[in-house]
Structure formats: C-alpha cells, structure tokens
Design a protein around this ligand. Structure first.
Ligand code: TXA
Ligand code: MG
Length: 347
C-alpha cells in the first residue's frame, strides 16, 4: 500500500448548480486523461475509476485500493459502440445491452488486443458495463475514455454506497472524489460471461438470473463455485475475502417468525439483529433493524454493516431471504460477509 500523500479534491455534485457541476466534471475528465484516479457514483456502488487504456493509470487503482493486481476490473462505458474494447459483440450481448443498459449488468466479452493486460488481469476477455447514473456517464464522456473501475472501498471492506464512505476509505489515496446521491441498487452489478458455449452468471446482481433467462433461455449459475477458495478468481469473492465487516456475521434461515424468535433468544448485548421482510412479514420488530423488502435490504446492507462496526457491535445476526430474484444477489453477499456461517432454524 502507498503512503497517504495524494492531495485529494472532493466535490459533492448534489450541492452544485448545473454550471459548477459541468466545470467539476470537465476537471475530473482532465484528471482521467492525465492518468489520474477519480471516485464516482454509480447506481450499484461507488467506483474508483482510471483510464482503462492506460496501464500506469490502472496500476494506481490497485495501489489505492490495496488490492492484489491479478484481479480483473470492469470497464465502464457511456456509448453502445464497444469496437475499441471487444473483438466482436455477439448477438446475445447486443440483445442484453438493448434491454438492460444503462444498468447493473456487466458483460464478459472477448477483448480487443488494445485493452491492456493490467485492466483485464491478463485474461483474454474484458468486463464491460454502462452505469445508470447521470454523473458517471457525464464523467466518462468528459474523459472521452472508458473507465476501469472497481468498487471504491479499501480491499476487504464492504463496497461504499455513499459519498461519505468513499472519503473515509480513499482520502489521500486518489486524485478526486465525486459525490452524488447514495447508490440506489446498493449491490454490485450482475456479471455474465458470454465467452463460453452457454452464458454463465458469475456474480448475481439486480439484473436477476430470471431476467437473463427470460431473454437468453439457458444461463448457467454454479453457486458452489464461489465456495472454493483455492481456484483461480473468476468472480469477486471467489478468492479474496469480500464484503466483511469486523463484527462476526451469522445468517439464520427458516420460517420468518421462527427465525426472528431464535435470533432474539441467541443474541447478547453487543449483537445487532437485522430482519428482512417478506410479503407477509414486513412488520418492524422491536430491537431488530427491519428492512421492509429485499430491495430495501440490498440498498442499505453495506452501509449497515459499516455502521455496525462504527457502533461497536461484535456480532451481527441477519435473517436469510429466499434465493430468487434480487434475493439471490443479496444472499450471495451476505453469505460471504458471514463466511458461510448459516444456522438452520427449525420450528
Ligand atoms: O457494480 C459494479 O460492478 C461496481 C461498480 C463500480 O460498477 N464495480 C465492481 O467492481 O464491483 P469490482 O472490481 O469490485 O468487481 C469486478 C469483478 C472482479 O472482481 C472480477 O472477478 C470480475 O469483475 N471480472 C472483471 N473482469 C473479468 C473477466 N474478464 N472475466 C471474469 N471476471 C471478471
Ligand atoms: Mg469490489
């Protein structure tokens, strides 16, 4: 890791008028063109961006995050023309882009040789997505470069979904931090590999497996692949510890009322209880931080895990949700945060 020595400029775009915003975005674009690093908001989580075509700039992302440099990055674009990045756009990719871009879907495609190996972790494929966030798109256009960007957290911490957390993690480590609204999805994008014989979901997100299957027909998902720690990293968390707060996290799975009773019984003074509503069971439970829906839980979970650490909780008990729709993505992140510590609750 580097020393804290970069003079970081911070701008909360939400507080600026249109002219000021435009000026800051042009400045940020210039920072990117000169090989610098800029943190920016997206609808999923905040990203830590640099020019995807500049190997030196990409290396400074890894340095800022303290992340091992063999982990490939997602390239963010503001244009549907991918010819500078990928060898060809298969028909399936074109359909998905039409349906879900801009939005939380990353496509893995065969890369053009011009994309540096620093960006793709030496793979012959490249991950591409178009974020659904005006400021992000404006930054990419101002830079006139595709932006390689991982989540804007220090490696190992939960991804940041607010401007404030980006500052806490990366002040002094990047050239610029741009803030806007809190991320509206709250979980990182869906990652779909389109380079094999059958499309494969590598990371579930807000573009759900069901949505992908509706368009593509067959899509493979092997959840157990993410359980193994000894294989080459193909999707986040497959090798490195991810999403984890300092407090120990345990998931409780079973019928909603039974789970809530059980968590209550097992807790001690330094345990945070998190309940997640399903259709019948959205009522606030005293002593339990309750999210009325899976969408609400997804949007708030990373921020909640960070706050639990700030408030000194030693344990976090979380009610498991059904692994379908957005619940598949939420459970994927929660299981990693819990290091697969899951209690089955029987009535
Ligand atoms: O929502 C998101 O995707 C956020 C925002 C900032 O856009 N970004 C994000 O990036 O989550 P990151 O670096 O935290 O996760 C990207 C993951 C990598 O860890 C890697 O496993 C996978 O994407 N990836 C990137 N390129 C790949 C490739 N060519 N083949 C397989 N997996 C790839
Ligand atoms: Mg990340």
């Amino acid at each position: 890791m580097q020393d804290n020595k970069i003079d970081t400029r911070c701008h909360d775009l939400a507080k600026l008028d249109e002219d000021q915003k435009e000026k800051v975005l042009q400045e940020a674009g210039e920072v990117i063109r000169r090989g610098g690093t800029v943190v920016f908001p997206t609808e999923t989580v905040y990203g830590l961006g640099a020019d995807a075509m500049n190997p030196k700039a990409v290396r400074s992302i890894y340095a800022a995050k303290g992340r091992p440099s063999d982990n490939p990055l997602i390239v963010h674009v503001a244009d549907f023309d991918l010819s500078a990045l990928v060898r060809d756009v298969p028909e399936q990719a074109a359909r998905l882009m039409e349906e879900f871009w801009p939005g939380p879907l990353t496509l893995i495609l065969k890369k053009d040789p011009k994309v540096p190996s620093e960006t793709t972790g030496s793979l012959d494929t490249v991950a591409v997505r178009m974020p659904d966030q005006e400021a992000a798109l404006a930054l990419i256009r101002a830079a006139a470069r595709p932006l390689a960007a991982p989540s804007a957290n220090i490696s190992g911490r939960p991804s940041p979904t607010t401007y404030r957390r980006c500052i806490a993690d990366l002040m002094g480590r990047v050239d610029m931090i741009l803030g806007m609204d809190d991320s509206k999805v709250g979980l990182e994008s869906t990652i779909l590999d389109l380079t094999g014989p059958v499309p494969e979901l590598l990371r579930p997100g807000a573009v759900t497996l069901e949505m992908l299957r509706r368009i593509l027909g067959e899509v493979i998902y092997r959840p157990s692949a993410s359980l193994r720690d000894d294989e080459a990293p193909r999707a986040p968390g497959m090798k490195y510890r991810h999403y984890a707060p300092r407090a120990r996290v345990t998931l409780f799975r079973g019928e909603s009322q039974a789970v809530r009773d059980h968590m209550e019984k097992e807790k001690s003074d330094d345990t945070l209880l998190i309940c997640i509503g399903d259709s019948e069971q959205t009522k606030e439970r005293p002593g339990c931080l309750t999210f009325p829906s899976v969408e609400d839980a997804a949007r708030e979970i990373f921020e909640t895990l960070r706050r639990a650490d700030d408030e000194g909780y030693q344990r976090i008990f979380i009610q498991a949700v059904e692994e379908s729709g957005l619940g598949l993505a939420l459970m994927n992140r929660l299981k990693k945060a819990a290091a697969y510590d899951i209690v089955e609750v029987n009535e």
